[in-house]
Design a binder for this molecule. Structure first.
Ligand SMILES: NC(=O)c1ccc[n+]([C@@H]2O[C@H](COP(=O)([O-])OP(=O)(O)OC[C@H]3O[C@@H](n4cnc5c(N)ncnc54)[C@H](O)[C@@H]3O)[C@@H](O)[C@H]2O)c1
Length: 353
């Protein structure tokens, strides 16, 4: 088992049957609630169930899977279940699932009776390497992703990469984009090893978490260096939003993959990234993902979406760019022409594959 220590909680990386039982001892005699979605109820719940002592009262709260359920109505279902089963301030909520379960379950725990303990058990690669660090909780509201939420840390996070075996390959690749991003912003050596498929998955998750931990702890409330984690996300979020209600929406990580290519192009123009490094990055990202072309007629709408992103002002679009592979710098502002060129560059590269 490996551990990562954060300011007031730990991440345990290893078999859930080893990491979870000792944490549950603190809740002996109290009811344990487990929040699952339709898929994690099937694939992940049995292993967690085994970890709870026989005499411990427990309730499962099951919600439908998917981002469309990360909303206030589902929160009401969760809060109602907690109330109905008389959850009190000593109750523990275990959030067993991907980023949707972690964000929403954490938010419900943070607000129920002014806050009960929760343990995160992330079961997608995205949630393991990204959502498990940083204390960001929340739901979508008013048509805007994560517009209601809070920062609050869990009691602990237990990561077991065995859960990833049942994950849809497209979901796994979605998380892989965040793994690639962590390497690109902070660890050139890891980037090389990832491309050579040299690292076992536990190592990949562990190193990825270390990178995110280092950045989040230096800047918990996203005032400065934490923006490095936004590499690929300015363009990526806009593309994700643009395609959301189309017949072919992109997974978060797929949109970030497009965003990383476009923003690496901008990195050459603004931050001094070497043209060969851009080529390396583009070629290798396209190796993993089957991505769509972005019609030129959508460029203006994409740029408008970038201005509307909560991280930007009406005047400027903020970018994190790469000075080199493994080295990010924050707070660049790029012209609309350069952004459009970066999307054209992405399209041209797709045509060559
Ligand atoms: N808090 C943060 O810092 C943070 C960071 C990144 C993303 N997020 C949030 O995370 C969400 C996306 O997370 P996600 O990609 O994990 O999506 P998700 O939670 O919707 O999970 C994706 C799909 O995989 C299924 N699934 C989960 N674990 C499984 C398993 N082990 N086997 C089989 N199927 C499984 C889920 O049921 C779902 O259908 C978004 O809402 C995003 O805003 C939060």
């Amino acid at each position: 088992m490996k551990t990562i220590s954060l300011s007031d909680y730990q991440i345990y990386l290893g078999n859930i049957r080893t990491t979870l039982p000792p944490l549950l001892q603190a809740y002996a005699g109290h009811t344990i609630f487990i929040l699952v979605d339709t898929h994690t109820a099937l694939h992940c719940l049995p292993a967690v169930w085994e970890c709870i002592p026989d005499n411990t009262p427990r309730h499962t709260i099951s919600i439908p899977a998917g981002e469309q359920h990360k909303n206030i109505d589902t929160c009401a279902t969760i809060w109602s279940a907690l109330l109905r089963h008389e959850a009190d301030r000593h109750t523990l909520l275990i959030n067993l699932g991907g980023g949707v379960i972690g964000d929403m379950g954490g938010f419900c725990a943070a607000t129920y009776k002014r806050g009960i303990d929760f343990i995160q058990i992330p079961t997608t690669l995205l949630a393991q390497v990204d959502a498990s660090v940083g204390g960001k909780l929340g739901i979508d509201f008013g048509g805007i992703k994560n517009s209601i939420g809070a920062f609050r840390n869990p009691r602990a996070v237990c990561i077991d990469t065995d859960f990833l075996h049942t994950l849809d390959p497209r979901e796994r690749l979605s998380g892989w984009a965040e793994v690639l991003k962590h390497a690109l912003i902070a660890d050139a050596g890891m980037w090389t090893k990832l491309l050579q498929d040299e690292l076992p998955i536990d190592e990949v998750v562990y190193r990825s978490l270390q990178i995110k931990q280092g950045i989040v702890e230096a800047d918990p409330y996203e005032k400065g260096i934490r923006k490095a984690l936004n590499f690929g996300h300015t363009v990526g979020h806009a593309i994700e939003a643009l395609l959301l209600d189309t017949p072919q929406p992109l997974r978060h990580g797929e949109a970030i993959a497009v965003g990383m290519i476009a923003e690496a192009y901008l990195s050459v123009q603004y931050a001094g990234l070497d043209a060969l490094a851009l080529e390396d990055l583009t070629k290798n990202i396209l190796r993993y993902y089957a991505l769509p072309k972005i019609a030129t007629s959508h460029f203006d709408a994409l740029i408008a979406l970038m201005y509307n992103d909560k991280k930007n002002t009406r005047k400027d679009i903020n970018f994190t760019l790469l000075k080199a592979l493994g080295h990010a710098e924050t707070d660049y502002h790029c012209s609309e022409k350069a952004i459009a060129d970066s999307l054209s560059y992405y399209n041209q590269c797709l045509s060559k594959t």
